[in-house]
Design a protein around this ligand. Structure first.
Ligand SMILES: [Zn+2]
Length: 289
C-alpha cells in the first residue's frame, strides 16, 4: 500500500516539477502585449512586456532588433504598424543573442519582409542550425527554433548602417558565443544620448564556467564581456529583456510625462556591476577562481 502510494505520488511530483520548469522557461510577460512607444531619436520599443524588440526608423527603411519567440512576429508587427510604420519596410534584422526567446521569430520575419539577417559570427552556426549548435542547449529540443539563413556575418566592432542610422555591434560573449550588445547615438531635444542595448550578461542555471568541454573559454569571454560593458558610455539603458532595465516601472514614469524616464546611466552601471558580481560568485562556487 505504502509503496503503491509512493509510486503514484512520485510521478505527480515529477510532472508538477516539470510544469514549474516549463513555466519558468516561459513567463507570461514574454507573450503579453506591451504598448509600443518612442524611446528617443529614431528608436522605438516594439517588444512584449519582457521580450524586448527595438525598431530603428530611418528614411531608407527600418531596422528591427530581436524577433523573439516563434509566436512573436504578429505581436511585433502589430506594434510596428501601430506606430505608423510598414512591416515590409524592415530592411535589416538583428538579434541580441542566439537563444529562442530572441531569435525564434527570425525565419518568419525574413520570409515576410525580405530583411537582411545580420548576426555576430560566433552565433551564426546556432542561428543557422535552429539551436542545434548551441554549446549548452544543443541537445535540448525545447530550445530549438526554425533555422534562418544569415546574410551578413558580423565581427566585433562592425557597424550596421541604414538611412543615416548607425548601430555598433559589441561582442559581449559568455551567455552565448556571439552575444551582442548594440549601441547607437540618439539625437533628442538638442542632445546626443548614448544608447546601449545589453545583449545578456547572465549565467544561466546549469552553465559550466570551468572545464566546459563545448565552450572552453566561457569564463574568460564573460570577463572580457564585462570589461566591454563597463567601457561603454550609456545614457539610455536598454536590454534584451525588459527586466534588465525595469521596463515596466520606467514606462509608467514615461507615461506620466517623464520624457527622460529611460535615461539611466547610474542604473546601467549598477546593473553591470551586479551581474559581474553574480558571475564572479558563480565562478568561485564552481571552483574557478
Ligand atoms: Zn539567452
Amino acid at each position: 500500500m505504502r509503496l503503491h502510494r509512493l509510486m503514484t505520488v512520485v510521478p505527480a511530483l515529477v510532472v508538477s516539477m516539470l510544469s514549474v520548469a516549463l513555466d519558468a522557461q516561459q513567463p507570461p510577460e514574454w507573450t503579453s502585449p506591451f504598448p509600443p512607444f518612442h524611446i528617443a531619436g529614431d528608436l522605438y520599443y516594439v517588444g512584449s512586456a519582457d521580450l524586448a524588440s527595438y525598431l530603428v526608423a530611418t528614411p531608407k527603411g527600418l531596422i528591427l532588433i530581436n524577433s523573439n519567440l516563434a509566436s512573436s512576429p504578429p505581436l511585433i508587427r502589430k506594434s510596428v504598424e501601430a506606430l505608423g510604420f510598414k512591416w515590409s519596410d524592415i530592411k535589416v534584422l538583428l538579434i541580441s543573442h542566439a537563444h529562442y526567446d530572441h531569435c525564434a521569430g527570425s525565419a518568419e520575419i525574413v520570409k515576410e519582409t525580405g530583411a537582411k539577417y545580420e548576426v555576430m559570427d560566433a552565433d551564426v552556426p546556432v542561428v543557422e542550425s535552429g539551436g542545434r549548435a548551441d554549446f549548452a542547449y544543443g541537445s535540448d529540443k525545447t530550445m530549438r527554433f526554425a533555422p534562418a539563413h544569415v546574410d551578413r556575418v558580423l565581427q566585433d566592432g562592425d557597424t550596421v548602417s541604414l538611412g543615416g542610422a548607425v548601430l555598433a555591434a559589441h561582442l559581449t560573449a559568455g551567455h552565448t558565443r556571439g552575444t551582442t550588445t548594440w549601441t547607437m547615438d540618439e539625437r533628442e531635444g538638442g542632445r546626443t544620448l548614448h544608447m546601449v542595448i545589453v545583449g545578456s550578461p547572465n549565467v544561466n542555471p546549469g552553465y559550466k564556467l570551468v572545464r566546459n568541454k563545448t565552450y572552453p573559454q566561457i569564463a574568460s569571454d564573460y570577463t572580457q564581456g564585462f570589461a566591454v560593458l563597463r567601457s561603454l558610455p550609456c545614457d539610455i539603458f536598454l536590454g534584451a529583456h525588459g527586466g534588465y532595465f525595469d521596463l515596466q516601472q520606467k514606462y509608467e514614469k514615461f507615461k506620466g510625462g517623464d520624457r527622460d524616464a529611460f535615461i539611466d546611466p547610474a542604473g546601467y552601471k549598477a546593473y553591470v556591476a551586479d551581474r559581474e558580481r553574480a558571475f564572479e560568485a558563480e565562478l568561485k562556487r564552481q571552483g574557478g577562481r
